[in-house]
Design a protein around this ligand. Structure first.
Ligand code: PNS
Length: 160
């Protein structure tokens, strides 16, 4: 079975992420979305909320699983019996950072490969950080994140 892992912070999931998940699910038999638990960096949503939101917006894709991981991605890969990391590339600006991570992960475990999927042009400017900023100042985030989580984002920001 071909298992892919799509790792990230997903704070929150954007339409760009969902686009990669939908397309990635066609390439792998099983695609695991791995939400990084970063104890040093408090996000807007906690990890269980991020996982729940991803599950909610990806429920139409039967071969997608959503899980949290802590520590090294490579250890999570081993635990899940996966050898392929899926990453989305938005622009040239992403390349250097992604290149470094792919090389580091391959150094840590030469059996692991990273494959990159180009983000759809319409989402190439999107990031979770930008979405949070727009929402914080009352801007419209329709079309940037899945409709099902727009309310969650505004509610969360209001409670901050
Ligand atoms: O959505 P993000 O924040 O760009 O995702 C980054 C992520 C989670 C893919 C990356 O930070 C990661 O893999 N962290 C786990 C720690 C790790 O394995 N580091 C070694 C590779 S440099």
């Amino acid at each position: 079975m071909r298992i892919g892992v799509y790792p990230g912070s997903f704070d929150p999931i954007t339409k760009g992420h969902l686009d990669i998940i939908e397309r990635g699910a066609k390439v792998f038999d099983k695609l695991i979305v791995g939400v990084l638990v970063n104890v040093e960096k408090k996000g807007l949503f906690d990890y269980s909320e991020r996982v729940e939101m991803i599950k909610r917006v990806a429920k139409h894709i039967p071969n997608v699983e959503v899980k949290c991981f802590e520590g090294l991605l490579i250890d999570f890969m081993k635990h899940e019996n996966a050898r392929v990391i899926l990453k989305g590339l938005r622009a040239v600006a992403d390349f250097e950072y992604e290149f470094q991570m792919a090389l580091m992960n391959n150094k840590l475990d030469p059996e692991v490969e990273t494959v990159f999927m180009m983000t759809s042009g319409k989402y190439s400017y999107l990031s979770s950080t930008a979405v949070k900023q727009v929402a914080k100042f009352g801007g419209c985030i329709e079309g940037l994140v899945p409709d099902e989580i727009i309310k969650d984002i505004f509610l969360k920001i209001k409670r901050e």
